[in-house]
Design a protein around this ligand. Structure first.
Ligand code: ADP
Ligand code: MG
Length: 258
């Protein structure tokens, strides 16, 4: 069997805020169709890492490539890494999409407009085509009948399903999820996780920061444990949730059992 090509290659990503080192050199590769769950305690750098991957945050060190396109990062005359070509950075950003804990839908746009916005304005795709894709994605996430509603009329779970449809609307190579179910009540958590599972099954490449252990165990191809800004351990779920997992990861999973 041939190995699928890498969608994301992040190498030695470092980031400090002031003198606090949040990412101490993280490398991660995601191949096409992989679902990588990132687990770790609060403050371990999970969100910062995701934000570096789509250049919402500029890392202090390291390299990022989406497919075979390198992120345009270069040192300025002070030796600091910075985005050296903002257009190339914007193009690269269009290859990924992010789903946030707080949904972050545009409040002044309807459900349908939220899903159509990026493909229309950023990707400048044909309006009829964008509309057809948006309608079918809303159907897919079970939100078609809410197309004319504004986000504030929707429950958290409904908003998150729209946010996922919006993320898919540009057909990104990689979808980043930052604790997508953490703000939801249990019933809603289930419907969003079921949707994410179906995306995984259709071969979407996804990186998911989550506290949902059953999702990490049953859906991901690989689990990565972040601790103190480093990859403490990683591996297939069968290993990470088995008896041979690292002591630090087992302590993270069940602190009370120690
Ligand atoms: P996690 O998502 O794992 O909870 P974060 O990546 O959000 O962790 O944050 C890691 C650390 O970096 C935290 O101590 C946080 O306070 C700090 N941090 C994150 N973003 C910033 C920022 N923009 N400025 C200063 N400190 C930040
Ligand atoms: Mg976070």
């Amino acid at each position: 069997m041939t190995v699928p090509p890498p969608v994301l290659t992040a190498t030695n990503i470092r980031k400090s805020f002031g003198d606090r080192e949040v990412l101490a050199g993280i490398s991660l590769e995601a191949r096409e169709g992989e679902v990588i769950s990132i687990l770790g305690g609060s403050g371990s750098g999970k969100s910062t890492f995701l934000r570096c991957l789509n250049l919402l945050e500029v890392p202090d060190e390291g390299q990022i490539a989406i497919g075979d396109v390198q992120a345009p990062l270069a040192r300025n005359r002070h030796g600091r890494l910075e985005v050296s070509d903002s257009r190339a950075a914007a193009r690269l950003r269009t290859q990924t999409a992010m789903v946030f804990q707080g949904f972050n839908l545009w409040p002044h746009l309807t459900v349908l407009q939220n899903v159509m916005e990026a493909p229309l304005r950023v990707h400048r795709r044909d309006r009829e085509e964008v509309l057809a894709t948006a309608r079918s994605l809303l159907e897919r996430v079970g939100m078609a009948s809410f197309h004319a509603a504004y986000p504030k009329r929707l429950s958290g779970g409904q908003q998150q399903r729209v946010a996922i449809a919006r993320a898919l609307a540009t057909n990104p190579k990689l979808v980043l999820f930052d604790e997508p179910t953490s703000a939801l009540d249990p019933e809603r958590v289930r419907e969003v996780l079921a949707l994410m599972r179906s995306l995984a099954e259709e071969g979407r490449t996804m990186i998911v920061v989550t506290h949902e252990m059953a999702f990490a165990r049953d859906v991901s191809s690989r689990v990565v444990h972040l601790m103190n800004g480093r990859v403490e351990s990683s591996g297939p779920p069968a290993h990470m949730f088995g008896a041979d997992a690292s002591p630090a990861f087992r302590a993270f999973l069940s602190p009370a059992a120690l």
